[in-house]
Design a protein around this ligand. Structure first.
Ligand SMILES: NC(=O)c1ccc[n+]([C@@H]2O[C@H](COP(=O)([O-])OP(=O)(O)OC[C@H]3O[C@@H](n4cnc5c(N)ncnc54)[C@H](O)[C@@H]3O)[C@@H](O)[C@H]2O)c1
Length: 259
């Protein structure tokens, strides 16, 4: 096969994708990988500028992307983002419910609103759109290793926050239920559970040397993960490579939760 032919065969050729929280960290890496693999990407984020920058980067690299301001705590915004993909490219094949927050600066209500409600809206309206189209689809939700375990930190009770743990467990529950509902329509719904990944989300924890050491030493692989390492898993779950995988979750944590 000629090199040109190989290059033209992206694993998401012909697909359209909505990525929430696309302006930073894992969402940015997922958008970039999806664009590289041939998907038309709607990069959406509450931060309009960062979403626009990611879309521009994909276009500069020869891909196709647009951007949109979306606050995933608003059901209307999420519906609007799904409609924007359909308006732009005629259909919606993939939704990545990635937007998420965490840290002591946020209240219980704020964390639940983004991490749980936002994922629910994306699954609910994404699934409805895909069922209407009748051509299958894939939904990928960002949970966390804190969606499958609690955490004992060196800084006291509550792990990385009660709301964070609760919301990320909820994402697993949503993934199972929407996976059951999507199955008969060949719409697969899966979650990713990253461990400690080097993104701006970790900034408050990384201000402490003790916590940084704890994050690194707790993983048998002895390092933080990269956003691109999570993006590759999202690509697997969004593409035909995982055609019989649904209603489940994939832990990417360098071994942290196996201890
Ligand atoms: N970094 C990690 O170690 C880690 C580990 C496990 C799970 N996760 C999860 O991965 C996802 C991405 O995290 P990240 O590390 O890339 O974080 P990040 O802070 O780098 O990026 C999060 C993005 O979400 C956007 N966002 C925040 N609130 C939003 C809202 N209401 N509507 C739309 N966009 C909003 C932010 O503007 C930002 O661009 C989150 O769901 C997070 O909980 C991250």
């Amino acid at each position: 096969m000629a090199a040109e032919e190989i290059r033209s065969k992206g694993r998401l050729d012909g697909k359209t994708a909505l990525v929430t929280g696309a302006g930073s960290g894992i969402g940015k890496a997922i958008s970039t990988v999806f664009g590289h693999e041939g998907a038309r990407v709607m990069a959406s984020d509450i931060n309009e500028e960062s979403a626009a920058a990611v879309a521009a980067q994909i276009e500069d690299a020869g891909g196709e992307a647009r951007s949109l301001r979306t606050d995933t705590t608003s059901e209307e915004d999420v519906k609007g983002a799904i409609q924007a993909v359909v308006d732009a490219w005629g259909k919606l094949d993939i939704v990545v419910n990635n937007a998420g927050i965490g840290g002591p600066q946020y209240t219980w209500e704020q964390v639940i609103a983004v991490n749980e409600n936002g994922v629910y809206y994306g699954c609910l309206h994404g699934l409805a759109q895909m069922i209407k189209q009748g051509e299958g689809g894939a939904i990928v939700n960002l949970s966390s290793m804190m969606g499958v375990s609690g955490t004992t930190t060196p800084v006291g009770p509550g792990g990385v926050g009660y709301a964070y743990h609760a919301s990320k467990h909820a994402v697993i529950g949503l993934t199972r239920q929407f996976g059951l509902d999507g199955g008969p329509h060949n719409i697969r719904v899966n979650a990713i559970c990253p461990g400690w990944i080097e993104t701006p989300l970790l900034a408050p924890l990384k201000m402490s040397e003790e916590l940084t050491k704890w994050m690194i030493d707790g993983a048998p692989m002895g390092r933080l993960g990269g956003a691109d390492e999570v993006a590759k898993a999202a690509l697997f779950l969004a593409s035909e490579d995982s055609s019989f995988v649904t209603a489940t979750h994939l832990v990417i944590d360098g071994g942290w939760t196996a201890r």
